[in-house]
Write a new protein. Sequence first.
Length: 454
Amino acid sequence: MAEFKRILISDVVIPERLRAVEEEHAIAIAQSIVEHGLINPITVRSTPNAKGGKYTLVAGAHRIRAEQINEEAEIDAMIVEGDKAEAQLIEITENLFRNELSVIDRAVFVQSYRDIWEQKHGKIEKGRPGNRINLIQLLEDESAGGFSKHVADRMGVSVPAVKRLNMIAQNLHPDVRAAVRGTPIADNQSALLKIAKMEPQKQRQTAIAFRTERDLKKALALVDPAPKLPKAQIEQATLLSRLVTAWEDASEETRNQFLAHTYRAKLARITGKQSAKDMTETEREKVLTVFRNEGFRPAPAARRADGRQKLTGKYVKKLQALWIAAWNLGIVHDRHDKALIAFVKRQTGLDHTRFLVYADDANSAIGALKGWIKREAGVSYGNTNGQEWLSADGAKVAWAQWKILTGATSLIVRKGFDAEVARLTGKTMLQDVTGAGWQAVMNHFGEQIRAGKR
């Protein structure tokens, strides 16, 4: 006996579901409810002793989520009688008749229906009248007697379909289910059957590969070597599969260490040396030639507004910022890139900023430049002398410039420094000046310093 009633959503206990609630699907239902109302009520069973509610959900988790999105407190419900097993059978039956159900979800539902039915009523066997009410057996009988085979196949419950879905449900690794859910592969029965026939370890590797390579054919190629390969090639393909698995499990730090290791190993194979700093110019050109022959191409050179090529390299922005600061302090007399490149070569032995790949090489140049600026102009990077506004590097350089221009020595009595900064930036409080503002101040003071030295 079923009873129709409007109930509070907060009174409904939602147990673990065979089919997870998909937020996008729930949003679509919520929009439909706004336009047309709730066409199909949810199904619940009365469980007054349940912890956290008066009813337990049988079917309709997406509809409940949709009403929650619409900020509704109540929902229409059909209250049915039955135990937990009966409720699970109702949930599965309702979902099996939904067209939007994917193959992978349908497989789980069909297998679960059969398992729960047999636990409740005994093993399904032909000719047993006591279990003809079973959905699967009923459809098998109906299909033989005129029930549309096409419709039965579409619902995934014809005799051949049940066998295929059972194969998927019983043999597909949970990692694969999680990886493909929500993708076109989840509704691709032939692809799922192919994966289900693989060994569990290969299925897990396939799931990992599929997360990075969404083309299933390419993902399978990473973990399943092509047939009839020489033994050595098969061994290498297996190693590649293990590397893919290890890469997926590695942290970002470990991946960066691995990339650095492979880069150094590549250099060593080409020249016998692991660092470009230790190479001659001829050896560096040899490395570039090998990279070009393997398909590597340098990115198109970035250019400034005047057409000059920009410097490139992982640490070039930091180096250029320090170089221009030194130029504005009157320490460096040539601001151009070629002068910076020459400085880098003197400090590291590398011919260009683009060869600064490793932090130890870059720190040699950066540290030397900071040390030079501190010796000549008194700029202490990292030290604020108790002044909040000096936390910006641009502020440190600007204050050092002001001392050069005015002879000021006290951070307490700054001899018009604040007023000049306010005039140039529009900021009356030094701590409010932005990075771009300090750059404008440095450039202005730099012109005055260079003019005084002419």
